[in-house]
Design a protein around this ligand. Sequence first.
Ligand code: EPU
Length: 416
Amino acid sequence: MDKLLIRGGHRLAGEIEIAGAKNAALPILCAGLLSAETVKLSNVPRLQDVATMQKLLRQMGLAIEDKGNVLELCGRAVDKLEAPYELVKTMRASILVLGPLLARFGEAKVSLPGGCAIGSRPVDQHIKGLQAMGAEIQIEAGYIHAKAKRLKGARIVTDMITVTGTENLMMAAVLADGVTVLENAAREPEVTDLANLLVAMGAQIEGIGSDRVTVTGVPALHGATHRVIADRIETGTFLCAVAATGGDVILKGARADLLDAVLDKLRETGAVLTSGDDWIRIQMSGRPKSVSFRTTEYPGFPTDMQAQLMALNAIAEGSSRVSETIFENRFMHVQELNRLGASIEIDSHTAVIHGVGKLVGAPVMATDLRASASLVIAGLAAEGETLIDRIYHLDRGYDRMEVKLSAVGADIQRIR
Ligand code: EPU
């Protein structure tokens, strides 16, 4: 198992290229199942999760021509309408094949994803929405068996805002008979990116980017070309790394307009941020100031950035409170940050962080994707050596993070 060895205390300076968004690429790849024609994607990030999704889709018969960051998908020969447990258990986003398969082929068998490290994460809203569209759904031996001759448009109000739930139902609705209204829809930029691709494929969708999305079903979708949006979470992660170590870095390809809540908090810490259409520059000097925040759905502060900004709070001047409202168990980085000398207590869904003057390197363990990223940030800021174990979590969602960080002056290496 690979590990990362970090010798902390180096100032970061230079340029980092931001990759395409993982959480946009995953649903967008599944949208390839919706058409018999070719969908050409660019700016696809090279990540473990994207590789897992490709493996799953290929098993179903989706042809994928892999040209690095460009992928060409062709759904002409899709004939195996099943997502097996072996793949779903390694990547929950596999549930995103359910809507497209059911919509185009009238049938799907998808393993129920289990719980995961950050919470129980049920998929009841995906199922409820598809049932409202007329699908017959049975849960048997750990699998969701779904059938529908042709899905019918419906008004669906989800109990909570769900990102992949909205994406699954939107992909189901584009080929349904009639009009589907998704109320309480997720407004995350990744949902918008998927909707834009679907429109390019001939779907009729109104209210894109709002909490009420109206989809008028069409008989078939055609091919399209699409560029995946920049990864706002990778961007935010590097911004926190620079803020934690001091420095001056330009993130190329980054979209400031998708990161308002995070940029506001970083300004409060004392970072100087400037940006253009496709770049963000961060300059930081001196010790950061503590910032309190709570995670909420977009456009609020993203849960996927909670751990990284907490790492910054760990070394900041003053105390802060961080509340997690999206997932029930997303504080696993706290124990590991405390191993590096942080002073963080958990009180139910809130972490109370007392900033310390310095962290000291130690061996730590990555527990999930964003927790791993927070340990990297803490390790970069700490005195001495930090060895991070189980970085396969990191590789699921970051494209060669250690290479990008080394190029701007970090002392970080992968140990195989
Ligand atoms: N929920 C239900 N029932 C459902 C669906 C969701 O109870 O049917 C609950 C969840 O358990 C959670 C809340 O609703 O408490 C929100 O979950 P959501 O469905 O929005 O999360 P997701 O779609 O499973 C996506 C991202 C996550 C990100 C969340 C929140 C992808 C592939 N994953 O997950 O990304 O944290 O939205 O923004 O888009 C990550 O990249 O590290 C990551 C975990």
